[in-house]
Design a protein around this ligand. Structure first.
Ligand code: NAD
Length: 254
């Protein structure tokens, strides 16, 4: 039997209660990592952890944490709880927490702009800084994977706030990769295309049909397909890869 890729590793995943974040937790746990599943929604984080494959070979286990990644005080408390709960520090961080507040630019109010930037961009910054600091203090090499979006590369009608936040995540990622390389910490972005999750459930069928015609793969993606790309970037299989944006979009906007 092949050995698990992430045995003995601790992985912190945000947005763990749904869609892509939940699938990332499942894939990382399957490969032997102890998963700290963080979501603003405690019940959904608990549900994710309840369904994970248990680990038998480590004193660490999977645990749900309720936290708003966009609040610096909450993030500070979260790091304290993770330190208490686990033997060792996370060597993997996957930032998957994200929201949309779509509208056309001329109708896009300031609140919707600020909310999206606060969760998607500031939240990714706060978590990345906090966990990178923990890694450096403990001489722990690691891998940070930020879920950005293909929309950050090309823009999207009705998503000025979201596209700006995701372009920002790519800029943040490349800078973290440059600064943290000397500590053995890699940082990469994953750019999903159109993935079947609760986030895209509200999109009208007609829009999805039109989108599908533009996707060379001829279909929308599954959260597990994004999660497998995250696993690759989180694991040592990608040991010489940092600062990249990996598109998981079935060829959409390549
Ligand atoms: P989702 O809505 O299914 O899951 C997002 C999760 O993030 C939810 O569980 C939510 O409770 C959590 N969350 C929201 N705000 C939070 C906060 N402040 N603190 C902590 N947790 C918070 O969405 P998804 O489709 O799984 O999206 C995951 C990531 O992938 C997001 O960053 C999203 O922007 C990105 N993405 C999704 C798609 C897609 O097509 N679904 C495409 C490109 C990028």
């Amino acid at each position: 039997m092949a050995t698990a890729m992430l045995s003995g590793r601790i992985a912190l995943v945000t947005g763990a209660g749904s869609g892509i974040g939940r699938a990332v937790c499942q894939v990382l746990a399957r490969e032997g990592a102890a998963v700290a599943a963080v979501d603003i929604n405690q019940t959904s984080a608990e549900k994710t952890v309840g369904d994970l494959q248990p680990i038998t070979s480590s004193p660490n286990c999977h645990h749900p944490f309720a936290a708003d990644v966009s609040d610096s005080k909450v993030v500070e408390d979260l790091v304290g709880m993770v330190k208490k709960r686990y033997e060792g520090v996370p060597s993997i961080l996957v930032n998957a927490a994200g929201i949309t507040r779509d509208n056309f630019l001329l109708k896009l109010d300031e609140k919707s702009f600020d909310e999206v930037i606060k969760v998607n961009l500031k939240g990714t910054y706060l978590m990345t800084k906090a966990i990178a600091q923990l890694m450096v203090e403990n001489s722990q090499p690691g891998s940070i994977v930020n879920i950005a979006s293909i929309v950050g590369k090309v823009g999207n009608i009705g998503q000025a706030n979201y596209a700006a936040s995701k372009s920002g995540v790519e800029g943040l990622t490349k800078t973290v990769a440059k600064e943290m390389g000397r500590y053995g910490i890699r940082c990469n972005s994953v750019l999903p295309g159109f993935i079947d999750t609760p986030m895209t459930e509200a999109v009208p069928e007609k829009v999805i049909d039109n989108m599908r015609k533009m996707i060379p793969a001829g279909r929308t993606g599954k959260p597990e397909e994004v999660a497998e790309a995250c696993l690759f970037l989180a694991s040592d299989r990608s040991s010489y890869i940092t600062g990249i944006s990996l598109e998981v979009a079935g060829g959409l906007f390549m």
